[in-house]
Write a protein that binds this ligand. Sequence first.
Ligand code: MN
Length: 489
Amino acid sequence: MQYEPIIGLEIHIQAKTKSKMFSRVSAEYWGKPPNSCVDPVSLGLPGALPVPNKKAIEHCIKLSLALGCEINQETKFDRKNYFYPDLPKGYQISQYDQPIGFEGELKLGLESDAKVIKITRVHMEEDTGKSIHMENETLLDFNKAGVPLIEVVTEPDFRNGIEIDIFAKQLRQIVRTLGVSDADMEKGQMRYELNISLRKIGEKELPNYKVEIKNIGSISVLQKVLDFEVNRQKEILVTGKAPVQETRGVRDMTGQTYSQRLKEEANDYRYFPEPDIPPFHFTDEYLEGLKNEIPELPMQRQKRYMGLGIAEDIAETIINDEIKLNYLEQVIEFTKNDKSLLERLPTVAKFIISKLSGLSEEDKFDYQISTLPAAVIIRIAELRDAGEINSNTINQILEASAATGKFSDLKSLNDYINQEGLKTNTDESQVNVVVEKVIAAEPDAKERFKKNPKVTMYFVGQAMKELRGKGDAKVLQELIEKRLQELQD
Ligand code: MN
């Protein structure tokens, strides 16, 4: 019997704010001593009153909008009651029936037929403290208690781990672009929960059970959890039974899960409106203002880059790297009104992720536009596209630029190329003489080429030496190949 997994995600994202969700104490707790970022509100002391964090709510609205959600203009907070040692109030302030955002979607790719994952809701809540289990005791750190959390819930639209992977990457890019969160999974700023069940392939109904797996801290563990649960549930289903509806935890990095508790229903939490915080009304103007603050999102950006002729893989690499992206943006800005310069962008984009990236790793280049202005990098691309300088020369120029910062304008670049005699030798008769010479130097050239046409590259190397590195590799390859072909006839 073949089964397919039906998977939904819940993602908790710590919103990036200075203070906590309902009080003024610092929310920037990472690396601070335990219980140093606490106050009466986050400790749940009697009589302490919550005051909502405007910035956090705006983050939640922006993320909702970026995910194409409707916004509940009338909204409120609710108490979700449960007892847990790291939840000192005995309830979490969350949102129940009026989440800030609802009914959105995220498309897994740029293609028109790319799969769409529906977003059920996006709501605002607060984080809990942290329990640290020692051998004979449990320690509690309330630094994290009350940190703003945005919860994104998807429909059970995922069918495999690859879709989850793409979704997770895109969501992380979006929250980072919005400035909503750094989404650093290692710091617990983005945490996943899965719900998963299996159904027979071909069936249309959702299964009548659902297993929830809490607190998954990395995507690689998530993938292992997925494999583990699919196998575990399949083994139960083939015996004719149904897996128990329950919440399971993850034991360790292996992704094995274990039963924690039978699944609560919503009414177990006795949700009711938070009496200490009045309901909200977001006006049209307010929402419009937030909408206008939303920058270009990563997928839109990638689409724009590809529209400028930049290859898909290069565009994808650049949108994921803020420094390279800023550099490319400055080059684009420079070429904006000049069509002939704009044509060089694909070459420049390639430089950015290959040559410049390599130099920057060796600390020989930083992407500050001042050391290599847009005008200069465009000119280098232009010379390369015209075959006037070759790859060796480009390396030499870029390294010289990084070392001395000397190419702050076009004139210094041109002077350097002329002085150093870096221009590719394009004198046809001279190049032809060299081609003849290197082939004639090897009497068995004809036979070697017949056996293995790749030998061409050997002769290109020889010719390049003759031309003191000033040859155009592409032109040489063409000429040599043509000549060796002629010898065959
Ligand atoms: Mn939650």
